[in-house]
Ligand binder design. Sequence first.
Ligand code: G3H
Length: 241
Amino acid sequence: MRPLIAGNWKMNGLTEPSAALALAIRHGLADAGAEVLLCPPATQLAAVSALVEGSGIATGGQDCHTRDSGAHTGDISPVMLADAGARYVILGHSERRQDHGETSAIVAAKVSAAMKAGLIPIVCVGETESDRSAGEQETVVGSQITESLPSDFTGIIAYEPIWAIGTGKVPTSADIAAMHAFIRGELIRDQAEGVGFRILYGGSVKPGNAAEILGLPDVGGALVGGASLIAEDFLAIIRAV
Ligand SMILES: O=C[C@H](O)COP(=O)(O)O
């Protein structure tokens, strides 16, 4: 399975710069050894999906509701994401967990809804800096996995230590490898199919560190934030595979 390089644009992207970024990535991509995913803000999803159609680049949402439709002001359903061209959806990102009080139980319900709509969920887990200082990273991430994944889960896990997101701080390669091995163990323990799920690393992935991170055992790709907003940086990360 080729690694997946996913760009999470977060709450960034008006119409013209989003189109320019999507087209620059599309045109800069040549013989990529990776699968490529763009997750623009919901307002740009349909347009970006149309701009990358036929290129092999996939698109995804950054969150979804548990219901397909209904009286849920401001929310976006998984069916709507699929209708706008998405194949994937990021769920349980730490910014959602922190800013919107999303518990792992809520994330699990969203994962089930996304799978029902035919989307591939990318479920984010990761510890805080104080969790790591206390040596609690495996306990925290283990609980997030157990509680955020429905028993019939198929999809992708993204390990994102919260203290590495947007900070320029990155765990050591040994620490990334250890956490990915731990996560793999948890996935296999919970279900046999877990052996095949991709585990992405996210947190300050840049052109300068991508090759080393992507070369680690059980790192099946990267979930990239800041560097995914600069076409040449994102392309460099893709080429690092
Ligand atoms: O979803 C992406 C992550 O939060 C990583 O963001 P970052 O690459 O800006 O650290």
